[in-house]
Design a protein around this ligand. Structure first.
Ligand SMILES: Nc1nc2c(c(=O)[nH]1)N[C@@H](CN(C=O)c1ccc(C(=O)N[C@@H](CCC(=O)O)C(=O)O)cc1)CN2
Length: 293
């Protein structure tokens, strides 16, 4: 016979629905700002090479801009584009007064050093929030442009209505794009934060005590459902495409749903929020540039 515990199903943190709501608000603000200042916020999107997934994300970013009334400037460059050429383009965009935000889609081809590229972007136009200046602002408790995926995760966490102060958070993955800025976001929100990474021993023991799990390791099914603490919030940043074309995350969703209080699905969880926060950052960068804060 199944016990009560087995039949428990977590609340879904629906990133698609939250995105739709927030994008409506962002679009309204962008329209008001366009009316007031005589030009729309502008986002330059640069992609180098032919990575199919990256092209889908870039297409969705441009579509998101269009729907929100943000002007997008598209730069699709061949895979053999030199780093020098890319730096020249970024320098031009840094000077262009119609461009409020600049992003270079990652990963870039191997001959391009992402750190050099990110540092070349004017920090006031760094709508990805990857520039060391913006990461430093977050670390110093004075956030300006925040990394989109962690920022989106914070918006999803806010949907639970729970106070994060003192909560035990475990982040799995220490990347510059997600794990590290996520830790800074959670610290800013008053949580107690542990980052697990490739050298962490006994990952299970960390997950078992976590009230919030942020899974951002990039390893399909790494987080076993049975490890999840009863009632925990589980945010899955992983995206893996299966042979049948479907998507799955770093967490065993079905098993974890029996234990978690809240959980994000893949797809439809964190992914859409990443693009939504990019649009929010572009509007914020516009306001900084026109002095309308
Ligand atoms: N310059 C950047 N590069 C990358 C970033 C970033 O924030 N800035 N993040 C990721 C990729 N990414 C955005 O660029 C991204 C990933 C996933 C999604 C998304 O909406 N996922 C959907 C599924 C989409 C699909 O069918 O493949 C979902 O999870 O529901 C949006 C953006 C790395 N590079």
């Amino acid at each position: 016979m199944r016990s009560h515990m087995d039949t428990h199903t977590a609340n879904i943190l629906d990133g698609k629905a939250l995105s739709d709501r927030l994008r409506g608000e962002i679009g309204k603000e962008a329209a008001e700002l366009t009316q007031k200042h005589g030009r729309a916020p502008g986002l330059a999107v640069i992609i180098v090479g032919n990575d199919p997934a990256s092209h889908v994300y870039v297409k969705n970013k441009k579509l998101g801009c269009e729907k929100a009334g943000i002007h997008s400037f598209s730069h699709e460059l061949p895979a053999d584009t030199s780093q020098q050429h890319l730096l020249g383009l970024i320098s031009e965009l840094n000077q262009n007064p119609k461009v409020d935000g600049i992003l270079v889609q990652l990963p870039a081809p191997k001959h391009i050093d992402p750190e050099t590229i990110i540092e070349a972007i004017d920090p006031g136009k760094d709508v990805d929030g990857f520039h060391p200046y913006n990461v430093g602002r977050l670390a110093a408790r004075q956030p300006s442009l925040r990394s989109c995926t962690p920022y989106g995760c914070m918006k999803l966490l806010a949907e639970t209505g729970l106070d994060l102060h003192g909560m035990e958070c475990v982040i799995v993955g220490a990347s510059n794009i997600v794990g590290r800025p996520m830790a800074l976001e959670l610290l800013l929100a008053g949580a107690t934060v542990t980052i697990c990474h490739r050298f962490t021993e006994n990952l299970q023991s960390h997950i078992e005590r976590a009230e919030i799990v942020i899974a951002a390791a990039g390893k399909r099914g790494l987080i076993k459902g049975e490890w999840i603490k009863q009632g925990a919030i589980v945010i899955d940043v992983g995206i893996h495409r299966l042979e049948d074309g479907s998507l799955t995350g770093d967490v065993e969703f079905d098993e974890a749903s029996k234990k978690a209080g809240w959980i994000t699905p893949v797809p439809g969880g964190v992914g859409p929020m990443t693009i939504t926060m990019l649009l929010a950052n572009t509007v914020q960068a516009f306001k900084i540039h026109v002095g309308d804060e």
